[in-house]
Design a protein around this ligand. Structure first.
Ligand SMILES: Nc1ncnc2c1ncn2[C@@H]1O[C@H](COP(=O)(O)OP(=O)(O)OP(=O)(O)O)[C@@H](O)[C@H]1O
Ligand SMILES: [Mg+2]
Length: 504
């Protein structure tokens, strides 16, 4: 491809480092972490290769197998954040929806390119932002201090009137600016601007020059005030564009439309621009946005995004076990159909997107599924072969729960502490309390349904329900959550199987 894709992934992100990073969020599941870390590193390795060889190295797709709520999705999500690669997560089942023959499976590639576009745009944005800010400032000044339309060719009286008008309006503007910022009074500007308006004898040229000088001075002053942030609340009028997306009759949204048709529609749709009065602060944001857009080289961005998606894209294909077909009847036909449609994409094909053709050969697929009642061997043989790396994620033990509560840097406990902290209530969990919470989670998972770490969420919500409600009325205070506190609120529910089925 033409445009070189920006490096999103640094050289020192070795598998070991990547696993360490994942460790900060996910407890255990070492095999899965290793597998994804190797897969990601392999893409970096591939990019270091010479041209011919690089084409032949295909990614080794991964299949994560494990019960619900043990971290499959979480690993993929964290991985994407860490690598900065274009990433999307799709549920395989979404292509089997009842009523119509699923959604076009190729749409996942279009989604991936969209993700790549926004990554590339973000990068480009950083590059053009200083220039956009500079231009937005100039435009703000144009709005605050419009350039007088000097018209030397016109009749004198006309020019006079015009001149007068400009001088007056500038003066008004200026005094208004001064009024809003009384600390920076510089009356010189006032006095200087007066003689020009009065002196009707001066030649038109001199008048124009004087007006220009006044204008420049005013502009400079306003510029200084602007930079000092003294004009933020002033009102200016800007034009904003509202892109309207057509809702097609029964056709869903634009994304499902044929690509050429879609482009055509966008061209003929009226661009609604309207003028709005806003504060300088708000206008600046809008103007910077407009200038950033104007500075973008869209063709380059599109080409880079396609290249990025092709070489570093990652698709997390969740619920793969749900498209296993046991019989060639009813819903199974549709499931089987999805498998068949998936095959070429995973194998390597070319998909048309609105930004050009995308080759899927080097996109990394990470599939996941509980494979509770079915097995990977129930998938179409060709599809099985496309996921050579199998990793099994283990069910979580009581010890795991304890660590999940304690260790991740955004753990549930930390979240609750922070949330209640906003109300001025400091909660503190004792070790014994955490131990007991993990014990209840484990116990309820055993006696009712095993929903993995998700159980911790329901248990904590129950535990802290009262505090969450009362916190704003409690005033400042510390609450120690100890063994007794936990027992008192959870024991009865946890011991009663029927109750916990509903509540936890
Ligand atoms: N090993 C773990 N370490 C830390 N948190 C975990 C772990 N496993 C699960 N969680 C937490 O539990 C929740 C559910 O996990 P996740 O979405 O990864 O489940 P899953 O394995 O994809 O399950 P499913 O098969 O239902 O999709 C997430 O909020 C996640 O943070
Ligand atoms: Mg999941």
């Amino acid at each position: 491809m033409t445009a070189p894709a920006p490096e999103t992934f640094s050289d020192d992100m070795t598998p070991r480092r990547l696993v360490q990073e994942l460790d900060r969020f996910i407890i255990g599941q070492d095999d899965a972490k290793r597998a994804v870390a190797i897969a990601v590193r392999n893409r970096w390795r591939r990019r270091q290769l010479g041209d011919e060889l690089r084409q032949d190295v295909t990614p080794k797709n991964i299949l994560m197998i494990g019960p619900t709520g043990v971290g499959k999705t979480e690993i993929a999500r964290r991985l994407a954040k860490l690598t900065g690669a274009p990433f999307i997560k799709v549920e395989a089942t979404k292509y089997t929806e009842v009523g119509y023959y699923g959604r076009d499976v190729e749409s996942m590639i279009r989604e991936l390119v969209d993700a790549a576009i926004s990554l590339v745009r973000d990068g480009e944005r950083k590059r053009v932002e200083p220039e956009a800010e500079r231009r937005a400032r100039q435009r703000l000044l144009d709005l605050l201090c419009p350039r007088p339309a000097t018209a030397p060719a016109r009749g004198k009286s006309n020019a006079d009137a015009k001149e007068n008008e400009i001088a007056q309006s500038l003066e008004k503007l200026w005094s208004h600016a001064l009024a809003t910022a009384p600390n920076t009074t510089e009356p010189a500007a006032h006095e200087e601007s007066k003689p020009h308006a009065d002196d009707a004898k001066t030649s038109a040229k001199a008048e124009a020059e004087a007006a220009e000088a006044t204008y420049q001075r005013t502009r400079t002053k306003l510029g200084e005030m602007l930079d000092r942030g003294e004009l933020e609340q002033r009102k200016v009028e800007i034009s904003v564009e509202a892109k309207s997306e057509p809702m097609m009759l029964g056709m869903g949204r634009l994304e499902n439309m044929d690509i050429d048709l879609q482009k055509m529609f966008e061209r003929v749709m009226p661009r609604n621009s309207s003028r709005r009065e806003v504060t300088v602060a708000e206008a600046r944001r809008t103007l910077i946005e407009q200038e950033v857009e104007a500075l973008f080289d869209m063709d380059k961005i599109h080409a880079q995004a396609v290249e990025l998606a092709e070489s570093q894209g990652m698709i997390f294909l969740d619920e793969l076990d749900k498209i296993v077909a046991s019989e060639a009847r009813g819903a199974d036909v549709s499931r089987h159909g999805v498998q068949r449609d998936l095959l070429p994409i995973v194998e390597g094909t070319t998909v048309q997107t609105r930004y050009g053709y995308v080759k899927t050969d080097h996109i990394l697929f990470i599939a996941a599924g509980a494979f509770h009642r079915t097995q990977p061997s129930d998938l179409m043989p060709e599809l099985q072969g496309r996921f050579p790396i199998r990793v099994e994620l283990k069910g979580l033990s009581k010890q795991d729960f304890e660590r999940i509560l304690r260790e991740p840097q955004n753990s549930l406990l930390r979240q609750y502490v922070a949330l209640l902290g906003t109300e001025g209530v400091q909660i503190e969990f004792t070790d014994e309390a955490i131990d007991l919470l993990a014990h209840y989670a484990d116990q309820v998972n055993r006696t009712t349904q095993n929903i993995g770490a998700r159980r911790l969420a329901t248990i904590l919500e129950r535990l802290l329900e009262e505090l969450s409600f009362e916190a704003p009325d409690m005033g400042m205070g510390k609450v120690a959550i100890d063994r007794a506190y936990v027992e008192q609120r959870l024991d009865a529910v946890a011991q009663d199987e029927d109750l916990s089925r509903y509540i936890l």
